[in-house]
Write a protein that binds this ligand. Sequence first.
Ligand code: FAD
Length: 450
Amino acid sequence: MTKQIVIIGAGPGGYPAALKAASLGAQVTLIEKAQAGGVCLNCGCIPSKSLLDAAHRFESVRKAGALSSVPELAEGFYKTFDFAKIQTRRQNVIERLRRGLLSLFKAAKINYIEGSASFVSDKEITVNGQTIAFDAAIIAAGSKAFYPAPFDKYKDKLFDNSNIFTLQNVPARLTIIGGGVIGCEFACIFNALGCKVTIVEMLPSIVSAEDDDSIRVLKTSFEKRGIKLLTGRGAKDIQFDGNIKKIVLDDGSIVESEEVLVAVGRTVDLTELKPEAAGIAWTRKGIVADPKTLKVKDNIYAVGDVNGLCLLAHAATAQGEVAAEVIMGHNAAYNNDLIPKAIYTWPEVASIGLNKKEAAAKSIEVKTHKFFMLANGRALTQDETEGFTQILEDAQTGKIIGAQIVGASAAELIHIPLVAMHAGMSAADLHRVVFAHPTIAESIKDSLNK
Ligand code: FAD
């Protein structure tokens, strides 16, 4: 008999699960209460990269002024950026990709339903007044922006990492509460568009989960470009004075700006979904799932942000596909250790596997191979000399156990050590590979020179 699978959420966790399950012969119902593509497509990865690209283009024009006989022309052109056009392009990209998804669902004969799903039991779900029986369900309900108190009382006056895209104009000043990945990406966008950006971060550094040297490069670069970093200080309160928002810090100082972006992380809210009706417990951190099979209980799985294993779109996709395969009786397992991470700041920061702190915590003796972009020919030709490539080799086995790349195209280049790690290559094996010259990728090979 054909397996009936219900998937809740059509984000990067849910829709690849639906496509995979359908390709393996299941009858799939995919339920989405907002828009196909989830946070990633509609208010996350894709729109933020569209804004980043626009900001980067104008910043590049401005820099080109240094090579012009009339530098003021470049500065003048830079100032002509039209935020409404930038926003329209962002929206067009989203709609194009969303149309693509809907046609994929149709081609795969997926029963796509728009509506908010709620569990009735561990065998049935209801949506738009219709009850649907299932053999297996995949919860891919994602996460939403988290507002700590007292900022949660002023949601309508503040922006978060999902609705910041609705801004009509670039504010003169923007305070970003939270110096994590999303906060830092938005700092780059708005700084490049001429806004005075201040990041308030409670921890001692921005992007604190990263390698210490990566953090240092990013911090120096941000400060050089005028992004103000107030680290080690928490945002305690907010006051409103006409159009000005005043963030009160825990040391008593006040940061004033026209707009505030609250980017302190994500939270899970399954109030509408009611997993408890299917016997599944949840908290604001999500649902606990097996880290390999993504199974929560016999016939119910949880993938993507909702299980908290790794809050990244490609991790959600990998998990969704594994869950679909497991349900369909295939031997598949998710591996959280080989998920690349990229921060799309300038310079970009990307990593895979262990960093030095993590290797030390696991008592792994590492041999560090490092090459600075300042010595890379291609980086020099592009004036993009911030950063480095670092490969970590297990001193006992010679295998690559981690890599950190900071610099231009780092988010692309990290796939080289990623593939090497998948293939079980040693540092010496990777060093024998011939790289094209001149490329920034050569910094990987050069880092491995004896
Ligand atoms: P989501 O994308 O959140 O999708 C879940 C879907 O479930 C939603 O569409 C929701 O409407 C639906 N849903 C929830 N409850 C119900 C219900 N009861 N019934 C029906 N439908 C329901 N990650 C990266 O890897 N790279 C990036 O560059 C990146 N940039 C980001 C930038 C920003 C600003 C943000 C906010 C996030 C970014 N992320 C990025 C993270 C990425 O967006 C998430 O990790 C990813 O979207 C998680 O996918 P998901 O399928 O688990 O959840």
